[in-house]
Design a protein around this ligand. Structure first.
Ligand SMILES: [Zn+2]
Length: 363
């Protein structure tokens, strides 16, 4: 190991260390190449340009640059590699040092190692000049890298075809990955977006058991059709107690589509707390919204809240499929109100209802 010296013989020292690196690659990776003052250790990191996560969009390197982690160094090299369409080799790649060079005959090389003074990776040698040829297919352009890169694209369009995906990759990166690689990338991306939903559904029994164990008083019903998921209902004990003790006797009902792989609909019952904020009471996931599914949900809700006399209750609804007759059957004596926004949007069904039941603005 070289001894510390201050800036005076810095140039000579760097030359020595570079010779050493070329001559013997198993040499120590200590902090001999870049000269730092001993005194202000805390500010050492600030004296060099730090490579940040956002620099990955267009990475560039220089001697003295610092990286927070070795993972960031690797990511930056791969990104640079792909942007320049050149194939790098990394003969040294461990937790303490990363050494990369370009194709045979090309002068590009990079070496960074752990620096104990700054406690981060420091670029110690770098030559950014290429005299090699650009490529169309690069090994580091893996399906996992493509999946990570185009995750948001697939989130926006999960039905994107492989030819379109190939066109986007070629336009943005000038790379032509194989069809198999693109297919795998799309599969990984969709798996990340939707998770492994089948596995998640199979864990619902355990989830229900854990819920009952950790939240006594909560209800979780799971219905199966021929061994497959059909519907589920969930209401936590805290929701019910909070609603019954602190909220007005108004229940708002609504349903919406679930945009997941298996679809379905989410039915919700919410109340309004003393601050006029939404207070969740219960929700259910059903295959389709219908009179039967709404009736099942409302019966479960009624039992959960121990409602025998429906007279003091007010139910706020819109024109969801089957909801109006379901409410009329399960909460026959309750006051039924319609959301004002809904009435303004679809006034025609209410023109005939108005003589019997006045519409109020309770949104
Ligand atoms: Zn090169």
């Amino acid at each position: 190991m070289f001894k510390w010296k201050k800036a005076a013989d810095n140039k000579l020292k760097r030359k020595q260390s570079m010779t050493m690196l070329v001559g013997d690659e198993n040499e120590s990776t200590e902090e001999e190449e870049i000269d730092l003052a001993d005194s202000d250790e805390g500010s050492n990191r600030n004296r060099f340009r730090e490579f940040r996560q956002e620099d990955l969009l267009n990475p560039s390197f220089s001697v003295g640059q610092v990286f927070g982690t070795v993972e960031l160094v690797r990511k930056a090299i791969i990104e640079y590699n792909l942007r320049d369409r050149v194939e790098f080799k990394m003969p040294r790649n461990d937790r303490k040092r990363v050494k990369a060079h370009c194709a045979e005959g090309c002068s590009w090389n990079f070496y960074a190692s752990m620096d104990s003074r700054t406690n981060c990776f420091l670029v110690k040698t770098y030559n950014g000049h290429h005299n090699c040829q650009k490529k169309w297919m690069i090994k580091t352009c893996t399906s996992k890298w493509l999946a990570e890169k185009y995750l948001e694209t697939f989130r926006a369009d999960n039905k994107m075809t492989l030819p379109n995906f190939a066109r986007i990759v070629q336009k943005e990166w000038n790379l032509t990955p194989s069809r198999t690689k693109l297919w795998r990338a799309r599969k990984f991306a969709l798996q990340t977006i939707y998770g492994d939903e089948l596995k998640q559904y199979s864990q619902l029994w355990d989830y229900g058991q854990e819920l009952r164990r950790s939240n006594p008083g909560s209800n979780f019903y799971l219905n199966l059709t021929e061994g497959a998921f059909s519907s589920c209902y969930l209401s936590l004990d805290a929701y019910k107690r909070g609603f019954l003790s602190g909220c007005r006797p108004i229940i708002f009902l609504d349903g919406c589509h679930l945009k997941t792989k298996f679809g379905g609909q989410l039915l919700t019952a919410v109340g309004m707390d003393p601050n006029d904020c939404i207070f969740l009471i219960a929700f259910a996931v059903v295959e389709v919204e219908s009179l039967l599914s709404w009736k099942w949900f409302l019966h479960s809700l009624k039992d959960d809240l121990s409602i025998d006399n429906t007279f003091p209750w007010t139910i706020m609804i819109d024109n969801q499929k089957g909801l109006i007759p379901a409410v009329a059957q399960v909460f026959p004596e309750a006051e039924h109100k319609f959301c004002e926004a809904f009435v303004r949007k679809f006034p025609s069904p209410f023109q005939r209802l108005q003589p019997q039941k006045p519409v109020v603005d309770m949104c």
